[in-house]
Design a protein around this ligand. Structure first.
Ligand code: TYD
Length: 139
């Protein structure tokens, strides 16, 4: 089982140019899992809170492709807030971590690279079930 400390911000490479920068993410090169799915959140209304779930197996790289937002990670024992505000940083979320998202700036885009195709079977959406899964006592 992973802890919130295993979920780190990773520096992504930048190809700098006066006319604009490029960041490239390549399977089996600078991503530590096979990318099976890419999705992005956009048009998130100010004040929205999202997430509120964990995954059994899924790993993700989360990038603030535009704007900023905050992820709150929770391993059942400890919580950690991670502010994402630059496209050259990815947050690596390991399996078994509860996450919530908040403070989306206007026009922000949350890009996610995921290690699995979408399946609802991989979600834990009930916090008490998550705590049981992590083998912790419900407080
Ligand atoms: P969810 O993962 O709960 O969103 P968030 O964590 O950003 O709050 O997904 C919200 C809805 O979108 C849910 O009904 C399932 C659907 N969805 C898909 O159909 N495919 C996907 O790849 C994702 C990420 C979500």
């Amino acid at each position: 089982m992973f802890s919130v400390h295993d979920c780190q911000l990773v520096d992504l490479p930048i190809v700098h140019d006066k006319a604009g920068n490029i960041t490239v993410l390549e399977n089996n090169n600078n991503i530590p899992f096979n990318i099976k799915r890419v999705y992005y959140l956009f048009d998130v209304p100010m004040g929205s809170e999202r997430g509120g779930h964990a995954h059994y197996e899924l790993q993700q790289y989360v990038v603030a492709a535009s704007g900023s937002f905050t992820f709150i990670l929770d391993d059942g024992k400890e919580k950690k807030e991670v502010f994402l505000n630059h496209p050259n940083k990815a947050l690596h979320i390991k399996p078994g971590i509860w996450r919530e998202m908040k403070d989306f700036s206007s026009g922000s885009v949350c890009l996610v690279l995921a290690s699995m195709l979408y399946t609802e079977d991989d979600y834990i959406r009930d916090y008490q079930n998550f705590i049981k899964y992590r083998n912790y006592e419900i407080q």
